[in-house]
Ligand binder design. Structure first.
Ligand SMILES: [Zn+2]
Ligand SMILES: [Zn+2]
Ligand SMILES: [Zn+2]
Length: 230
C-alpha cells in the first residue's frame, strides 16, 4: 500500500527555535544543569539542587542545539527534527553537549563532512548541511539578543580568629592599648564609654581584606564567644 501525503497527520515544518539555555556546571554531579532566574541550579536529584553552579556556562551552539533536541515537536518543527538527528542518531544515545566533539556550527559542519567521507569516500554539502546552516542562522540571531542570567557570586564566610590576652591588646601601630570596639560604634556615641580592658581580639579574614576588633569580656559578640579562643 502506498500512503499519499494527504493521509499523513497535518503538519508544518516551520522552524521554531528554543531560547538560548542558561546552564551551569553542578559542583557535585559535574553535569550541565539549567539555571533558575535567581542564578541557582534547578532540581535534578542531586545534593547541589538549588545551589549556585560552580561556573555558569556559555550558551554555545552545541548547548543550544541540545536544548532544541529535547523538544518533542519533531513533526512540526524542522529545527527539532535536525537537532534530534544530531543528538539522537539511531545507533546510540547522546545525552549531553559534553559528549560531542564540537561546540560551534562550523565544527559540527566539519564533523558531518568527516562522516560523509567515512561512509561514502567523498564529501559535499547536502541537505543536512543546509539544515545546519539554517539552525546556525537562528542561533546567531538569538545570540545577538542574549543577556546572560545574573549569577550571584559565591559568598565565602570570613575566616574568624579569636584570641584572648588577659592584659589587653596593643594597637597595630603600637601607640596604645586597644579599647573596647563598642566605643567606636556610632550607635553607642551617647553611651558612657566602656573602660573595661579589651582582652579579646577578633580578626575576620574576608579574603580581600581583614577586619580587626577588640572587646572587653562583657562586650565580646556572642557569635565569637563560641569560637575556639586561644
Ligand atoms: Zn548535580
Ligand atoms: Zn557541508
Ligand atoms: Zn566593652
Amino acid at each position: 500500500m502506498t500512503a499519499t501525503i494527504t493521509t499523513w497527520p497535518a503538519h508544518t515544518t516551520d522552524p521554531t527555535p528554543v531560547p538560548l539555555p542558561h546552564l551551569g556546571l553542578c559542583g557535585d554531579c559535574d553535569d550541565e544543569i539549567r539555571i533558575r532566574v535567581d542564578g541557582r541550579l534547578y532540581a535534578h536529584g542531586c545534593p547541589e539542587d538549588g545551589r549556585l553552579p560552580v561556573v555558569a556556562l556559555k550558551p554555545t551552539f552545541a548547548r543550544w542545539l541540545w536544548t532544541q533536541s529535547k523538544r518533542r515537536d519533531d513533526y512540526t518543527n524542522r529545527l527539532t527534527l535536525f537537532a534530534g538527528r544530531i543528538f539522537r542518531p539511531c545507533t546510540r544515545t547522546v545525552t549531553s553537549p559534553r559528549d560531542v566533539a564540537w561546540s560551534t556550527a562550523e565544527e559540527l559542519h566539519g564533523q558531518l563532512h568527516l562522516k560523509q567521507l567515512a561512509w561514502r569516500g567523498s564529501a559535499e554539502c547536502d541537505a543536512q548541511c543546509k539544515a545546519l546552516a539554517e539552525a546556525d542562522q537562528h542561533y546567531q540571531r538569538l545570540l545577538a539578543a542574549y543577556t546572560p542570567r545574573p549569577t550571584k557570586p559565591a559568598q565565602r564566610k570570613p575566616i574568624v580568629r579569636v584570641r584572648h590576652n588577659p592584659t589587653g591588646w596593643v594597637l597595630p601601630d603600637y601607640t596604645d592599648l586597644a579599647d573596647c570596639t563598642t566605643n567606636h560604634i556610632p550607635a553607642n556615641a551617647s553611651q558612657p564609654p566602656c573602660t573595661a580592658p579589651a582582652v579579646w581580639k577578633v580578626v575576620e579574614d574576608h579574603g580581600l581584606h581583614l577586619t580587626i576588633s577588640f572587646w572587653c569580656d562583657s562586650h565580646l559578640p556572642a557569635e565569637h564567644r563560641t569560637t575556639d579562643a586561644a
